[in-house]
Design a protein around this ligand. Structure first.
Ligand SMILES: NC(=O)c1ccc[n+]([C@@H]2O[C@H](COP(=O)([O-])OP(=O)(O)OC[C@H]3O[C@@H](n4cnc5c(N)ncnc54)[C@H](OP(=O)(O)O)[C@@H]3O)[C@@H](O)[C@H]2O)c1
Length: 341
């Protein structure tokens, strides 16, 4: 097997650190791994399963020295450098939202639409909330058809990166010690609170995070007219997002059959036994690859053409690092990604 020259961009961030771990855990054929971040981190040494590596400045690198670039920086940086990387012949898998809505750029969950990659060297990784919801939605789509989807999220601090996690920890301590907490990453203090705003508000009254769920669900499932609505809420959970999902289906749903179908699906674990208080929770979904699905029940409004369920998934993994590495694995498996190509 080829041993690839891999670069992680944003390697010191929340997603970047997980990318290092997932590449090692999944035994991705890494020949050389290089870590890139801002000039603030240049020269720092990071202990990794691939040895101790020195962080390089992400700006001004020669992309022809890499086969695969895993981007986990922000939008502005990505916009400037993605074209340079692909022009040099490297594959780019980007975690930011910069290219997700560009019709020429595939937006990929490998278990669902790996075929969409085609010949594109630039591939977008979906938004974390979408990535977690879409695995069970695809199971429902295949068997019963989707008419409408309504998603309410309970999103962890980790969705705002390493700084968001740190703010939750520090401000929770401050609240316990001083009785009040501050904020700079989040729009309001997060400890002992919930914040119904993630990203900026748009003209239609929805936040950008909510519209990302709408746009990306449609694009990945190839259903441009699917009725989707979403409310995204930040909660004082350190890591792993949860979502309450209501689906109106085309065909009647047999709940026992659906539970069995979800149980057989790739990267889904059914946690659904009210008698033993078993259901998805972010505490137990953290650090795991599969998405937990439970509280599966017929919807009281749509009757047998509707289902409600609850999911928890580690969005740093399923919604970012794991999905990116799964995309890279599919590029290797299909012979598209080769060393020194
Ligand atoms: N967190 C999530 O759950 C999640 C999920 C899906 C997608 N994403 C997306 O993934 C990307 C990274 O998110 P994150 O949560 O990992 O953020 P983060 O924890 O804030 O990390 C950001 C990384 O980018 C680097 N960086 C920032 N500005 C840079 C610049 N101008 N030049 C070079 N490097 C720069 C930082 O380096 P320094 O340490 O040197 O500052 C750090 O390594 C974002 O686009 C985010 O929207 C995040």
């Amino acid at each position: 097997m080829d041993h690839l020259r891999v670069g992680i961009f944003g390697a010191t961030g929340a997603v970047g650190k997980e990318l290092i771990a997932v590449l090692a855990d999944r035994k991705f054929p890494v020949g050389t791994l290089r870590l890139f971040a801002s000039e603030r981190s240049e020269g720092k040494t990071v202990e990794t399963p691939f040895g101790a590596l020195t962080v390089e400045n992400a700006n001004g690198i020669d992309f022809s020295t890499l086969d695969l670039c895993l981007f986990a920086i922000g939008g502005g940086w990505t916009k400037e450098f993605a074209g340079k990387a692909t022009a040099a012949g490297a594959y780019v898998i980007d975690n930011s939202s910069t290219f997700r809505y560009d019709p020429a750029v595939p937006l990929v969950i490998p278990e669902i639409n790996a075929d969409a990659i085609g010949s594109s060297l630039l591939i977008a990784n979906p938004n974390c909330t979408t990535a977690i919801a879409i695995l069970p939605l695809e199971v429902i789509r295949k068997r019963y058809g989707l008419k409408a989807v309504i998603i309410s999220s309970y999103q962890a601090a980790s969705g705002a990166g390493a700084e968001g996690m740190e703010e939750l920890k520090v401000e929770t301590r401050r609240f316990l010690d001083e009785g009040k907490s501050g904020h700079s990453v989040f729009a309001h203090p997060l400890p002992f609170n919930v914040i119904p705003q993630i990203d900026v508000f748009l003209e239609n009254g929805y936040t950008k995070e909510e519209m990302k769920v709408v746009w990306e669900t449609r694009k990945i499932l190839g259903l441009p007219d699917l009725a989707v609505s979403s409310t995204c809420v930040r909660v004082p959970v350190l890591r792993a997002h949860s979502e309450a999902i209501t689906v109106q289906t085309e065909k009647p749903v047999d709940i026992a059959e659906l539970r069995a179908l979800l149980g057989k699906a790739e990267m889904i674990e059914v946690k659904d036994d009210p008698a033993t208080k078993t259901y998805p929770m972010p505490l137990y979904a953290s650090g795991k690859y599969p998405v937990d699905v439970g509280r599966i029940r017929q919807n009281l409004v749509f009757g047998d053409h509707g289902v409600d369920f609850f999911v928890s998934g580690d969005q740093l993994l399923r919604g970012a690092a794991l999905n990116a590495v799964l995309i890279a694995e599919s590029l290797v498996a299909t012979g598209k990604l080769k060393a020194g190509a």
